[in-house]
Design a protein around this ligand. Structure first.
Ligand SMILES: NC(=O)c1ccc[n+]([C@@H]2O[C@H](COP(=O)([O-])OP(=O)(O)OC[C@H]3O[C@@H](n4cnc5c(N)ncnc54)[C@H](OP(=O)(O)O)[C@@H]3O)[C@@H](O)[C@H]2O)c1
Length: 345
């Protein structure tokens, strides 16, 4: 089969299209013919190996959980059709249209931590076929979403749903979303709105219309340089929660935008990870600062239900052929897009 592999940590030249052996499913696995595979920022950090860099060792290279084996097929977000099953797996899965949970978990519990991700610790979906555990292949035969739309869901919408859950966001709440034109942010806008929350979204002015169309009640143009004041004016009673992938100085200042008891949920640090925080603001207002990574089994099950019922329609910015994966990653890094970039092998 054809697969786009990374041969080492590095730039776009680390990506090679190769003819490789068709992977064989183990007893508890299924072989999926990939219909579409979404791109994520983690593909860029993993290819570059920049997760391992630290203040002490800025040149260190590695994946988010440690050293990687090469060649590696990236691609965590997979939808496709099961074409073969392992000896211990129900044969009636053959022919099923599936959405793949990219995570393996520390234990069988619904809220267990993620310990391994498809396309990072094992080969993923930027290929014609991929082997995944049968337990990760969720049937979506009747979903009204297209294959490309389904492939936009796992990491971005799973992360956003996990953040909304951890932020306790529900009907009638007001939620602030940063990085709202990106994969996770736009997902948070759509999913927050679907939960009946009022959504105030921060993005570049050029992307405001698309973010409003996705369901934001108010858009704050960060290009004006008045994000704090504009976000405060958009919610005079304060925010019940913030869904933040930007962090940086805004996180420390933005805590004052929360109502008493509000939750600031952070899953990314596009504007900087070293944040100077006056902790008195946190404890004197009974606020919570909550870290959130990806999803849990429970959250992914809720996402599959949303996909089956078509409760949100993921926003897809562009699609690329497998041989154009380097171009897809270059577009992702430019951040000129709104929504998700998806590869169609
Ligand atoms: N913890 C997890 O499990 C997890 C999962 C997925 C993603 N993430 C992280 O979350 C972040 C966002 O991911 P994504 O896939 O949504 O990214 P994305 O699709 O690239 O979108 C991010 C958007 O944020 C805005 N932005 C970029 N730099 C900014 C800055 N310095 N200040 C303010 N806004 C900025 C840009 O939109 P505008 O120009 O319109 O503002 C950009 O399009 C990344 O850091 C990613 O690694 C974490």
């Amino acid at each position: 089969m054809r697969a786009a592999v990374i041969t080492h940590h590095g730039g776009l030249d680390a990506i090679e299209l190769r003819e490789v052996e068709l992977p064989r499913p183990g007893p508890d696995d299924v072989l999926v013919r990939v219909a579409a595979a979404g791109c994520n920022n983690t593909d860029l950090w993993t290819r570059e190996g920049s997760y391992a860099a630290s203040a002490e060792d800025p040149d260190a290279r590695g994946g988010w959980l440690g050293p990687l084996d090469f060649p590696r097929v990236q691609g965590a977000d997979v939808t496709g059709t099961v074409v073969a099953v392992g000896s211990g797996t129900a044969p009636d899965l053959v022919g099923a249209r599936v959405l793949v949970d990219p995570a393996l978990y520390a234990d069988p519990g619904p809220d267990a931590a993620v310990v391994d991700v498809l396309g990072s610790e094992r080969d993923g979906g930027f290929a014609e076929h991929v082997v995944v555990p049968a337990a990760c292949a969720h049937r979506v035969d009747d979903s009204p979403l297209s294959d490309v739309e389904l492939a936009a869901l796992p990491i971005a919408y799973g992360t956003a749903l996990g953040m909304l859950e951890r932020g306790g966001v529900g009907e009638g709440h007001t939620v602030l979303v940063t990085g709202a034109s990106g994969g996770v942010g736009l997902a948070a806008v759509q999913l927050g709105r679907a939960r009946g929350a009022r959504v105030v979204a921060v993005c570049s002015g050029s992307k405001a219309q698309a973010v409003r169309a996705a369901g934001a009640d108010v858009v704050v143009d960060r290009g004006r340089g008045e994000v704090l004041a504009d976000a405060a004016a958009a919610a005079p009673e304060g925010y019940d929660a913030a869904v933040d992938v930007v962090a940086g100085p805004f996180l420390a200042e933005g805590l004052d935008l929360l109502r008493r008891g509000g939750r600031w949920v952070v899953a990314g640090s596009l504007d900087g990870w070293a944040v100077g925080l006056d902790v008195r603001r946190l404890y004197l207002a009974d606020l919570s600062l909550v870290g959130s990574t990806m999803h849990t089994r429970r959250v992914f099950a809720a996402l599959v239900d949303i996909a089956r019922r078509g409760l949100v329609r993921p926003v897809v910015a562009e699609t690329f052929a497998l041989e154009d994966l380097a171009l897809a990653q270059a577009h992702l890094a430019e951040r000129g897009h709104v929504g998700k970039i998806v590869v169609v092998p």
